[in-house]
Design a protein around this ligand. Sequence first.
Ligand code: COA
Ligand code: AMP
Length: 633
Amino acid sequence: MEKYQEVFDKSLNNPEDFWAEAAESISWYKKWDVVLDSSDPPFYRWFRGGELNTCYNAVDRHVENGHGDRTAIIYDSPVTDTVRKMSWAELRDQVAQLAGALKQQGAEKGDTIIVYMPMIPEALVAMLACARLGVIHSVVFGGFAADELAIRIDHAQPKMILCASGAIEGKKKLAYKPLVEAAIEQSEHKPEKTIVFQRDFLQADLGQPGDLNWQELVKDAEPADCVPVAATDPLYILYTSGTTGMPKGVLRDNGGHAVALHWSMKNIYNMEPGDVYWAASDVGWVVGHSYIVYGPLLYGCTTVVYEGKPVGTPDAGAFWRVIAEHKVKALFTAPTAFRAIKKEDPEGLHLKKYDLSEYKTLFLAGERLDPDTYHWAKELLGVPVIDHWWQTETAWAIVANPMGIEQFPVKPGSATKSVVGYDVKILDSEGNELEPGEEGNIVIKLPLPPGTLATLWRNKERFISSYMSRYPGYYETGDGGYIDKDGYVFVMGRIDDVINIAGHRLSTGAMEEIVASHSQVAECSVIGIEDSLKGQKPLGLVVLKAGADCEVDKLNKELSLMVRNSIGPIACYRETVIVARLPKTRSGKILRGTMRAIAAGKEYRMPSTIDDPSCLEEIAMALKIIGYPVEQS
Ligand code: COA
Ligand code: AMP
């Protein structure tokens, strides 16, 4: 078998041959004219001229290859007390039937559809039905509030919305339809139809114009066939947090995505077709898109759709039960889930009740894997614990331990080596490449491999300004870190205003816009501070308007509610500090980076451009009072 270095070198020295070979695993209606179209950098396009259908590759071809009876989806929902298995043949029929219903309602290739659904198999059916028709889906995570949904409706301009009547979140029953109605009410763009999957525990009122009942629609629909699309046609738009209130619509194509995800299942995750793969995330995040839906299904693995939490549904043994009951070979989740389990069951007593003999590897991503959580998980489970680093933008890992090629010894704190196809470098602020061990900005030399973002939906300029302009010829990841002398990459955290709360990527800029709109607030800054369970949480530093008479507890409650109602409960905004001034440069720029360093307990240097140094001391003091360690160099 080829070793990592050989495969890696091949992928960078001759990417076209490398990915053309990988693309042979996908069924094409028409092969590509060029493997990599580099004619319009930085807009590189993979498999230009090729035609395929992602749904065909993920569903129909397994049935045609004789695997119709195999299990495609295991739906495990402790919150509704349900375990249900769906074969590939059943999945194909359901997807074709829903695609037929969507077609009947006017959906066609190139349209967009928003999917706002919890973790039920119908969410996957919805995504695949869109892919079947060449319709571009945009899934919005259920934890986002109506305002955030409205922003996405206006930007994606969906012809329809597919939603469920509701979800169960832990012990709470949540109605989704009123949120969808509120979002449509707010948005300028009005989708023509809202198709609602009615759940047993909560029936939505379908009284609005354009409301349709999913189950009834599907019953009489004529099944639809797969529609050939260009490799470079969009498969989906997934909005992710940038540094402002306007999220970025990451655009994923069909061809490169199918090739890369198929390749990753063996080479990164060491899976075989027929194995059971479980990504304990949500279809609303990129992890869900890539590794609940497309990756496992493209490769012929059974995917687990888990509607529950790591703790409380019903206990901290939930993950072990699912692994044992469904013979899961690889589990992929965020470190925060393990911190939650550890908090409730530090001795791992629940594990003793289950037989995990089929379980081979734990994969973690979404936030930095702290060494404590790494060691705890490793000792408890006795299987390799593999950290890997990636982003919504890339759809698959940039840095990982390539378990299907060569397993490297783990260095806690590092996600191991650059993944095949990614030329990862560390640059200083002037664009000079740094020496091993020196910390700087993590970038990837262009072209990015297949599967990574083609552009930002309806915003080519932002694609360039966000990722491509600071270091021409490179993609700027927004993360900082270093590579050691053995080539291990250490990702230390974001260098911009994006934070990770329980593995959920959110924008402090978006929160600032909301906090700043409070009638008593003159100006504010929201920064991420460390949290032992969720990794990070937001903290608002607020300057009151002159003459404002506002008590901090009351203000904090009001701001928390405003952020919750606007962004959603997942923002977890619960802490506000009132300060006299915010630290600024002489030109008036708020020194967010320095405040972030203070809050992270890192050493910070007094910036030479600071207008009033006493300001930072005041903030450091305020943070100390609420329990954050502060060091100044
Ligand atoms: N729909 C509606 N509300 C949701 C939601 C959804 N899909 N997901 C979360 N929320 C709500 C929660 O109910 C909670 O509301 P509350 O403030 O009223 O209690 C709030 O958003 C915060 O949710 P969360 O951050 O998930 O916190 P939690 O305390 O409920 O659970 C963990 C903490 C660690 C157990 C949980 O975050 C988890 O399982 N994380 C796993 C990692 C993961 O899935 N990462 C995603 C990317 S890989
Ligand atoms: P998202 O786009 O939601 O997947 O979030 C991507 C961001 O999460 C990255 O830019 C990192 O800041 C962080 N992240 C994801 N995985 C890791 C990891 N393994 N180690 C450190 N940070 C990570």
